[in-house]
Design a protein around this ligand. Sequence first.
Ligand code: A3P
Length: 321
Amino acid sequence: ASKNTPESLHKYEVKISTLPKENGWSSMMTLRSYQHFWFHSFFLKGAMHAQDHFQAQPGDIFLCNFMKTGCTWLKALSFSIITRTHFDDSNTPIRNALPHDCIPMLEFGEYYSPTGPKIPLYGSHIPYTCLPKSIIHSRCKIVYLCRDPKDTFVSMWHYFKRMVETNKTGKEVSFVSIEEAIDLFCRGVSSFGPYWDHVLGYWKASLEHPERILFLRYEAMKEETESCVKKLAEFFGCPFSLEEERGGKIEEIIELCSFESLSNLEVNKSGKQVKKDGYMENSAYFRKGKVGDWRNYLSDEMGNRLDNIMEDKLTGSGFSF
Ligand code: A3P
């Protein structure tokens, strides 16, 4: 694939500057409207480049989600499942690298794994209808992970607040209050929003192509982690053998990838993820990892408003939160 470099991205920057914009959640994070979704420029440049240049291989597998629905966890589990014959529990790269650094991100132009062996996994937040066509034409497998919209929103608000605070350069930088942010979120104005359309795109595709698209929920992964891990392994084409099951391989992977274990690894406590437009502390990917934490930040009224909007938008799809 053609490499994603500052030069190759320049023409997209020019195009992006002409797209409809919203100031979004912070003066540092302008959102642009492209193909019916809102994108931050730094993600959109890479997404456009991927649309033009990314060549998927038939065996590639994409781990897709809206932001903050648990892809750090999904990446750790998927990487561990797929590489379990390369590494054992003591030498897996998961112990020394943030899961995001073990699996390339499609829209960051990382078309190969920066650490470890070449594995067929990619991460992406790109909506289904905006994915590079070669992913669809090559009949690649996709795992989509969604999460209760209220917890997703609360997680996102904290994440971006931290990102803005981390990358402030002295000048006045604004960040929205949680009340303003939920209003924007309910209007669909958020990174990769509207959330309902993001979910619907993958949901409908999963109904059409159940053999290629596995649709998961964060809450189910928390409740039935073992059955989700088995499902993932089967979907990836590397089911656990009886011997592996009896030997405790599944439990070992679940334990390694648990919130407690990952968040206590040195790399995730003190490491940094250097991005093209700033950096983020690895610990920002491990906040609480709980279901229902929204209650600590949103009133019932705010929660109901978001639930009602989601319900309304998802009506008739066969999917509900
Ligand atoms: P909270 O902010 O609610 O704690 P993403 O990985 O898509 O960026 O989503 C981040 C959310 O997943 C955060 O939610 C984070 O704490 C949670 N998370 C990270 N690692 C996890 C794990 N191993 N198990 C469960 N949740 C995890």
